[in-house]
Design a protein around this ligand. Sequence first.
Ligand SMILES: [Zn+2]
Ligand SMILES: [Zn+2]
Length: 78
Amino acid sequence: MDQVCCVCGELLDEENVSRCRLCGGSFHLAWSTGANIKECGSDFFHPESCGLGFVCRLCEPMPGSGGHPHSPNQSTTS
Ligand SMILES: [Zn+2]
Ligand SMILES: [Zn+2]
């Protein structure tokens, strides 16, 4: 039960925690807005699986770095 955050290495509580979709590590994530919990990751939309996942700060794609490819807009209704 002594799980630690894979980002900051501190102990996790039972509620405000999520699991990274990429590395599988658990990290701090505040589920209730306004909670005095630091966040060590964020939600992340996977275009390929069409699902919303969570990634820790270590696996988070850097905004502006152009690390993740942008697929062109595909018109489904033509
Ligand atoms: Zn943390
Ligand atoms: Zn991760």
